[in-house]
Design a protein around this ligand. Structure first.
Ligand code: DON
Length: 331
């Protein structure tokens, strides 16, 4: 239990906090054995199933990291948060929300069922694949690289470097994308896509193949925790309305058919990806001065062993523990 940590003296207590987080990562690492690597994208099976790491960056810049912190991995579905943000910035929030809804599905990320069974004219939300592919089709640009450029630029502004595209993972997914092609053809049939299917899917597979590490996810998370403003300059990077909408969607839909449990037991906006990454955002809280990261923080987790829903099995357990210890829940 972290007790008696005064935020004013946080630097003085860094070693102490670090010790706790190291213990927690070590403890929860054993749960990696219970999960499986994503195998439908063949290259993801090359990850080390036993890896688990966490990076937490406060809005004030204070950072704690532990475990396997330097492993690069592809962002996968976490990219959906940033394509949604960029689409809203390029086309306007109401334009995007006319084409994709904001309701959780309770179904798997790559499910097509609701669209067909309920005869929907727009996908349920931007984080299930049907919604994400629709949002990707809304991005400005005639080529996949043109469409993705503003996403790379947004990340470069926040991270201070331009992330690379992992070409091997992109090709691995492109070659094995039968389900996403099926979803894509269905979206073409109901008139959801604004750009041609092959271009849209190529852009979607590339956005999923952007390579990051947990420090990057934590830093991206701090901007969302800070309602879209740069934590150093206070300049607006993402409009507040868009940052808040993205967080609401992360809370309700970010962990797919485990979003309800994550909201109940962890209680902060988060988004997972099948490579094992999770980005989580803890907004500022004021109720207990003796806890760290009171001004809000971004959290990046990496643990490629996944549960049935496609979320990092040990990563979720670790986040649940930290949220409880540090009272991070927004509720
Ligand atoms: O659509 C796909 O299959 C992937 N490239 C992204 C899916 C994903 O990360 C789902 N997350 N848990």
């Amino acid at each position: 239990m972290v007790q008696g940590v005064n935020n004013q003296n946080i630097e003085l207590n860094k070693d102490w906090l670090q010790g706790y987080v190291d213990d927690w990562v070590k403890f929860y690492s054993k749960h990696t054995k219970e999960g499986e690597l994503a195998s439908y994208i063949p290259l993801l099976t090359q990850s080390n199933k036993e890896h688990l790491g966490i990076s937490i960056t406060g809005v004030d810049g204070f950072t704690i990291e532990s475990g396997n912190v330097d492993i690069p991995f592809t962002i996968q579905s976490i990219s959906k948060v940033f394509t949604f943000i960029v689409a809203c910035m390029e086309r306007g929030v109401s334009y995007v929300l006319d084409r994709v809804d904001v309701e959780p599905t309770g179904a798997a990320f790559n499910s097509i069922m609701h669209l067909e069974v309920k005869q929907l004219k727009k996908p349920f939300n931007p984080f299930v694949n049907a919604g994400a592919i629709t949002v990707t089709s809304l991005l400005n640009g005639k080529t996949s690289d043109e469409k993705l450029e503003p996403i790379f630029q947004l990340m470069e502004t926040i991270l201070g470097y331009r992330p690379r595209l992992n070409q091997e993972v992109f090709e691995s997914e492109k070659e094995t994308s039968i389900r996403n092609r099926a979803i894509g053809y269905y979206l073409v049939e109901i008139g959801s896509l604004e750009s041609e299917l092959d271009l849209t899917l190529e852009t979607y597979f590339k956005q999923c193949s952007i390579e990051v590490c947990i420090k990057d996810l934590a830093r991206l998370g701090t901007i969302l925790a800070n309602d879209g403003k740069d934590t150093d300059s206070d300049q607006e990077i993402i409009p507040k309305q868009v940052a808040r909408l993205a967080k609401a969607l992360m809370l309700t839909c970010g962990m797919y058919d485990a979003s309800g449990k994550f909201a109940a037991y962890v209680g902060i906006p988060a988004k997972s990806g099948v490579s094992g990454g999770i980005i989580a955002v803890a907004p500022p809280r004021t109720r207990n001065e003796n806890l760290p990261f009171l001004e809000g923080c971004g959290i990046g987790v990496y643990g490629p062993a996944l549960d049935k829903q496609g979320n990092s099995i040990a990563g979720i357990k670790l986040l649940r523990h930290i949220a409880k210890q540090w009272d991070l829940s927004i509720f």
